[in-house]
Design a protein around this ligand. Structure first.
Ligand code: ATR
Length: 276
């Protein structure tokens, strides 16, 4: 491996809003690693050319964000099982002239819950996932991996939820978006993967008091940090996990592979990213 300063970055279009440079920059400083992590705006038509050139310039790997997450799978030499199942990659590692594609979003989602609510038990009862987009696929895959026995999915466009069931199998049950109350009954884990509750979007209005007292409510939206549904859940005395933790934890495997140090997700990192 080259002795030059290791490089990594995030490729997107646009990419200016990405928190990844701040997050990886914080870790590089904290662990005194003489490397760099940069934002790389790349148009869709140039993605493959750029990715194939980066290793020649000392890049160890990159994060990939919209709109390149599917293409990243297509151009990779090796794809992890979880990335193949999700159909999208967010982490590429360059090794021995090959491109390895992984998806760490689901890993980040589970690690974030485990750090904030260590006694959370995926086997304690049904999980309900709202939404059926790209983020939902990563969450569904991770919850099934963690051992959830019954996974309910409700989505405004039912056909997208049905497509997830086709993909992920018998433990998945498609619920009706129009009668969400029924889907909430007995759900021990509730996950919002829709954009409802995000700044500038309408709130997600569901009656969280229908959930069991021991239920855990989590949102993958992190702007605002406390979404209306998390606020309602906290007011009802339920455990909550905000969406920032997923963003921070999904970055861990990439940083470790590229810079050789397993980084820690702690309050200082949260503060650095929130301040940016
Ligand atoms: P991501 O990759 O972040 O999951 P996405 O694929 O655009 O993004 O998915 C957004 C999710 O939010 C979808 O589940 C979408 O529902 P549809 O599949 O019906 O579009 C959901 N969503 C967005 N706006 C919504 C709204 N106003 N009401 C209900 N669901 C909404």
């Amino acid at each position: 491996m080259s002795t030059a300063a290791p490089l990594a970055g995030v490729i997107g279009h646009p990419v200016g809003h990405s928190k990844s440079p701040v997050l990886h920059g914080h870790w590089l400083k904290r662990y005194a690693i003489a490397g760099h992590y940069v934002a790389l705006p790349v148009e869709p038509g140039h993605f493959e050319t750029v990715v194939k050139t980066l290793p020649l310039m000392g890049f160890r790997g990159v994060n990939v964000t919209l709109p390149h997450k599917q293409t990243a799978i297509e151009i990779a030499d090796r794809v992890t099982d979880r990335a193949a199942l999700i159909g999208a990659a967010n982490t590429l590692t360059f090794r021995d002239g090959r491109i390895l594609a992984d998806n760490t979003d689901g890993y980040g989602f589970i690690e974030s819950i485990r750090q904030t609510a260590p006694d959370w038990d995926p086997r304690s009862g049904p999980a309900l996932v709202l939404g059926a987009g790209g983020a939902s696929r990563a969450v569904v895959s991770a919850l099934l991996d963690a051992g959830v026995q019954e996974l309910r999915i409700a989505n405004r466009t039912r056909a997208r939820a049905e497509a997830l069931r086709e993909n992920f199998g018998a433990r998945v049950r498609v619920m009706d978006w129009a009668v969400l109350d029924r889907a909430l009954d007995g759900a021990m884990t509730l996950v919002n993967t829709t954009s409802l509750g995000m700044e500038g979007q309408p709130p997600l209005t569901i009656d969280v008091t229908r959930l069991p007292d021991e239920a855990l409510v989590t949102d993958i939206v992190y702007a605002p940090l406390e979404t209306p549904v998390l606020r309602a859940a906290a007011a009802a005395g339920l455990r909550t996990v905000d969406g920032l933790g997923m963003l921070l934890h999904q970055a861990v495997p990439g940083f470790e592979q590229w810079f050789g140090q397993r980084p820690e997700v702690d309050d200082a990192l949260r503060a650095a990213v929130l301040a940016s």
